[in-house]
Design a protein. Structure first.
Length: 121
């Protein structure tokens, strides 16, 4: 059976676990970023009012939402964090896949898709 060739990694590259740990340290804890009991109640209220994944709903498919996403990243700004008009209910798959891909494309892509989904941006 053929063996897979070794993966090239530069000698100064840090292991993935170490890179993730350093990124988490820079980002701070969830509670320091505003995700506390108040957020938990507001999140649940939002999901009660908007229980379906907005992206799947736009595609004509019914999927339960599990995540309340800040469509436009708040970057620690509490006024943006609590602006409920920019919150959107998403399923885990859309939040972790489609939305992350869109964020990598930049703010213009987020605004364009957000308007397509019917968000008031």
């Amino acid at each position: 059976m053929a063996k897979r060739p070794a993966t090239f990694r530069p000698g100064n590259a840090r292991p993935l676990a170490e890179r993730n740990q350093q990124a988490d340290a820079r980002r701070g804890s969830a509670s320091s970023r505003g995700y506390n009991a108040r957020w938990g109640k507001a999140r649940q209220t939002h999901l009660d009012r908007s229980p379906l994944c907005r992206w799947h709903e736009h595609d004509g498919v019914i999927v339960a939402a599990r995540v309340v996403d800040h469509w436009i990243p708040h970057d620690g700004d509490s006024a943006v964090f609590w602006n409920t008009s920019r919150w959107v209910s998403l399923c885990v798959e859309c939040h972790s896949g489609r939305k992350q891909s869109l964020e990598r494309l930049g703010l213009d892509a987020l605004v364009t898709m957000g308007r397509r989904l019917g968000l008031d941006l």
